[in-house]
Write a protein that binds this ligand. Structure first.
Ligand SMILES: [Zn+2]
Length: 85
């Protein structure tokens, strides 16, 4: 998946900030502004499954049907942040 957050799978073009931020203030091209702020993960202790559950929660809260939310988040465990471990 290119140009998608490598933590939550959200397309970076849908990120209002255009990506997360490194400690020096530069933009991250790997992570979105929800997951990665000032060089640190917003949820440093999350597992891929916990991240997926959070994303499903956020999507359904935004009006996405649960079955769609499950589909959209299916590839989260294969993203860079989770597969590196
Ligand atoms: Zn993200």
């Amino acid at each position: 998946m290119r140009n998608a957050c490598q933590s939550c799978g959200m397309p970076l073009k849908r990120d209002p900030h255009g990506g997360g931020s490194h400690a020096d203030g530069s933009r991250s091209s790997d992570y979105c502004s929800h997951c990665y702020v000032d060089g640190e993960f917003a949820q440093p202790d999350f597992t891929a499954e916990e991240m997926r559950a959070l994303c499903i929660e956020n999507l359904t809260a935004g009006g996405v049907p649960k079955i769609m939310a499950r589909l959209l988040t299916k590839s989260i465990p294969r993203l860079k942040r989770w597969s590196a471990k």
